[in-house]
Design a protein around this ligand. Structure first.
Ligand code: KG4
Ligand code: ZN
Length: 339
């Protein structure tokens, strides 16, 4: 029988509801972005985010059913992002999902937001296991090993800033609007790599990342130039910054793929929309002809509920259920691989 999962995502600044068929097909996807409300603050204001989520969530649930041409009776389960994210924002999605699940006697399936990002690969091609994912977003930079379906182990993580966070902070210093990843990506393609910037932990024999040194180097360069009355070429600086980020991400991924041969390699998360990163990884994958490269589609790389539906379908099939005491967990994370 066909499974229809209605999924809710509200961990940050997108309210999103989707209906996903058998974990692989998007039947409907309704997203309300709040970016404009947060832009003038240069980042997400949690209280403002929660208020927008409350206003939108039931409207989007109705719209998702309508777009799909389905009713609650047709649904198999309700999936929801339990964490990580902003607690007040997560609570809105969790409460909506719990209420609908209770009212319509449907199973409730909690999902880790990061599993959602990775599961969006299933909309491109079924993930074959073992698989490895480079999960790069505004809050996370992780290499996640999946030895089999519904098995997520972190083998590398950032020790400080996430990749997307460093884009946003550099962008803010350049006077770009939030979030700045896409803008810097565009600038990077216009300029030349003329600034010498650090690549932290590049030659270490492990899979962890560090981006705060790079971010500080870029910001210091701008401040020092300003004090000396010198002009910085922001386009070239964007090119050099992006080259350093991609160099680190590709080098670490290559090391992980060499050590853990897998059938599928996925790049997921908001930063997976980065053109330079996709190109760099595509070139690198020539060294791994036995591994299928599945970048998450650009329009599904950022936060959306379809990816949560895909992850919820996997979790549902593996028997994961939440009860009526399910609570948002802002610090929810995958397990770490023990050496
Ligand atoms: O996954 P996401 O939508 O939200 C989180 O779960 O964090 O990721 C948002 C992040 C932001 O930091 C944004 O600047 C970054 O993804 N981003 C990009 C690009 N598009 C979005 N970073 C680099 N290049 C891009 N093209
Ligand atoms: Zn995300």
């Amino acid at each position: 029988m066909t499974r229809y999962i209605m999924a809710f995502e509200s961990s940050a600044d997108e309210t999103s509801v989707a209906i996903v068929e058998d974990g692989v097909k998007i039947v409907s996807l309704q997203t309300a972005t709040q970016i404009k409300s947060h832009q003038r603050f240069g980042g997400i204001v949690p209280e403002v985010a929660s208020r927008h989520h409350i206003e939108q969530v039931t409207i989007l649930a109705d719209a998702a059913l309508q777009e799909a041409g389905l009713t609650y009776e047709d649904l198999t389960a309700i999936g929801v992002t339990q964490g990580p994210g902003l607690v007040g924002a997560l609570l809105i999605g969790v409460t909506a999902a719990k209420t609908i699940a209770w009212a319509h006697q449907l199973p409730l399936v909690p999902v880790i937001h990061l599993a959602g990002h990775i599961s969006a690969a299933n909309f491109v091609a079924p993930i074959t296991y073992p698989a490895l994912a480079l999960m790069v977003s505004g809050g996370h930079t992780e290499l996640v090993l999946m030895r089999e379906e519904y098995d997520y182990l972190v083998i590398g993580d950032t020790r400080d800033d996430a990749a997307g966070e460093s884009y946003d902070k550099v962008g803010r210093t350049m006077g770009l609007s939030y979030p700045s990843g896409k803008l810097i990506d565009e600038m990077a393609h216009e300029g030349e790599d003329t600034y010498d910037l650090p690549r932290a932990l590049l030659n270490d024999d492990q899979y962890d990342f560090s981006f705060s040194g790079l971010k500080s180097a870029v910001i210091n360069l701008m401040h020092n130039a300003e004090q000396r009355g010198e002009k910085i070429d922001y386009t070239n600086l964007a090119t050099s910054f992006q080259a350093a980020v991609i160099d680190v991400l590709v080098t670490k991924t290559k090391r992980a793929l060499t050590h853990y041969p897998v059938k599928t390699f996925i790049v997921a998360g908001g930063v997976a929309a980065n053109r330079g990163l996709r190109d760099g990884l595509t070139t690198m994958m020539a060294d791994f002809p036995d591994t299928q490269f599945t970048p998450v589609p650009i329009k599904l790389a950022g936060d959306n509920a379809a990816m949560i539906g895909a992850a919820a379908d996997i979790a549902y099939r593996h028997g994961k259920r939440g009860d009526w005491t399910l609570n948002a967990n802002p610090a929810l994370e995958f397990d770490y691989l023990e050496d």
